[in-house]
Design a protein around this ligand. Structure first.
Ligand code: SAM
Ligand code: SF4
Length: 334
C-alpha cells in the first residue's frame, strides 16, 4: 500500500490538484481599483504564517502531488526577507516540486531581480494594466509605470525567461489599450494575459457591464493582428493562447464568461494559513490554527485531504444570489 501522503490530492469530482497559490502577505503598496482600492489595514503580524510554518505546509502539499507553487499576495515583495523564504521553497524541488513562480506588481522588482533568480524562482508573472503613465496611475493609485518597466528589464537581465504580464481588462478604463498591450508583447517577446475582471474587489467597481469578455478581447485583436492559436500544454491550462506575428504571445483568461472550473487544479493558502479550495470559496480550513495547536503532520495532511474532497464543483459568479467571499483578491492571494 502507498504511504498516505503519496496518494495524489484529488477532489470529489476527480480533479487532481497540482498547483498551489501561496500568499505570503495580504499587504500591498498599490491600490488597484479592481482589487483593493483603499488601504485596508493588513492582518496583524502574529496572524501571518512564519517562514517555518509556510515551508512546513508547502512541503506537505508537495508530498501530496503539488508540482507548481506560485508565491503571491498582496504584494509578495513587501514581505521582509522574501528571498530567504523563496530559497527554502526552491529546496522542495528535490522533493517533487517542479516550478516556483512569483506574481508581483513589479514596482519593487528592479533591485531584487538578480537575488530572486539566485534564490531559485523559475519564472515571474507581473501585473500591468496600462502602458500609459496616467492610466497606470488611475488604475493602481501609484505613479509606477516606470518602476514596472525597470523591473521587467531587470528581470530579463537577471536571466528570467517566459515572463508573463497580467492585464485585468475593465470596460471604460483600459479596454482601449488591448491592442497596445498585444503590440508591446510582440515587441518585447513576452506573453500578455488578458484577465476578465472578477467580482473580488473590495471596492464597488465590479459589475457585469465592466467585464470585457475574452471572446470580445480576441475579436478586437483579430481586427488588427493575425493570431495563431497555440495548443494547450496541459488540460489545466486556464488561458487560451495565441502566437503573434513577431514571436510574442497573447492569452485570454475567461474566468467569468467561460469558467474553466471543470479543469481547475489549484488550491490556495492565504497569508494567515487558511486553505481555500476555490478562488471564490465561502469556506476555508484553518491550517494555522491546527499547526499552532501542535498537531502532527499526519493530522494536517488529513485536514488538507478532507477539505479538498469537499471542494466545490465550480464558482457561482453567473448564478443569481452569488455571494462574494469575505476576503478580497489581495487577501485571498490571486
Ligand atoms: N500584487 C501582485 C500583483 O498584482 O501581481 C500579486 C497579487 S494580485 C492579487 C494577483 C493577480 O490578481 C494580479 O495579476 C491582479 O491583476 C489580479 N487581480 C486582482 N484583482 C482582480 C480582479 N478583481 N479580477 C481579476 N483579476 C484580479
Ligand atoms: Fe496590490 Fe496586486 Fe491587488 Fe494591485 S492587484 S492592489 S498590486 S495585490
Amino acid at each position: 500500500m502507498k504511504d498516505v501522503e503519496q496518494v495524489p490530492l484529488q477532489d470529489g469530482f476527480g480533479r487532481q490538484l497540482g498547483d498551489l497559490r501561496l500568499s505570503v502577505t495580504d499587504r500591498c503598496n498599490f491600490r488597484c481599483r479592481y482589487c483593493r482600492p483603499t488601504g485596508i489595514p493588513g492582518l496583524p503580524r502574529e496572524e501571518i504564517l512564519s517562514f517555518d510554518e509556510i515551508e512546513r505546509l508547502a512541503r506537505l502539499f508537495v508530498s501530496l502531488g503539488i508540482r507548481k507553487i506560485r508565491v503571491t499576495g498582496g504584494e509578495p515583495l513587501v514581505r521582509r526577507d522574501l528571498p530567504l523564504l523563496l530559497r527554502r521553497l526552491a529546496g522542495l524541488k528535490g522533493q517533487g516540486l517542479q516550478e516556483l513562480v512569483l506574481t508581483s506588481n513589479g514596482s519593487l522588482l528592479a533591485p531584487l531581480a538578480g537575488l530572486l533568480r539566485r534564490s531559485g524562482v523559475d519564472r515571474l508573472n507581473l501585473s500591468c494594466d496600462s502602458l500609459r503613465r496616467e492610466g497606470f496611475k488611475a488604475l493602481t493609485g501609484r505613479d509606477g509605470l516606470d518602476l514596472f518597466l525597470e523591473g521587467l528589464k531587470a528581470a530579463h537581465e537577471a536571466g528570467f525567461r517566459g515572463t508573463k504580464v497580467n492585464c485585468v481588462v475593465i470596460r471604460g478604463l483600459n479596454d482601449h489599450e488591448i491592442l497596445d498591450f498585444a503590440r508591446f508583447a510582440d515587441q518585447q517577446g513576452l506573453a500578455v494575459r488578458f484577465i476578465e475582471f472578477m467580482p473580488l474587489d473590495s471596492g464597488s467597481e465590479w459589475g457585469p457591464e465592466r467585464v470585457v469578455p475574452a471572446a470580445e478581447i480576441l475579436s478586437r485583436l483579430r481586427e488588427s493582428l493575425d493570431l495563431e492559436e497555440i495548443p494547450a500544454r496541459n488540460p489545466a491550462e486556464t488561458a487560451s493562447r495565441f502566437r503573434l506575428p513577431g514571436g510574442g504571445e497573447v492569452g485570454v483568461i475567461s474566468s467569468v464568461t467561460a469558467p474553466f472550473c471543470a479543469r481547475c487544479n489549484r488550491v490556495r493558502l492565504t497569508a494567515d494559513g487558511h486553505l481555500r479550495t476555490c478562488l471564490f470559496a465561502l469556506e476555508e480550513t484553518d491550517l494555522r490554527g491546527l499547526m499552532r495547536q501542535g498537531v502532527e503532520d499526519s493530522e494536517l495532511l488529513e485536514s488538507i485531504r478532507r477539505a479538498v474532497l469537499g471542494r466545490e464543483r465550480g464558482h457561482r459568479v453567473n448564478e443569481p444570489g452569488y455571494l462574494r467571499p469575505g476576503r478580497d483578491m489581495a487577501g485571498i492571494g490571486g
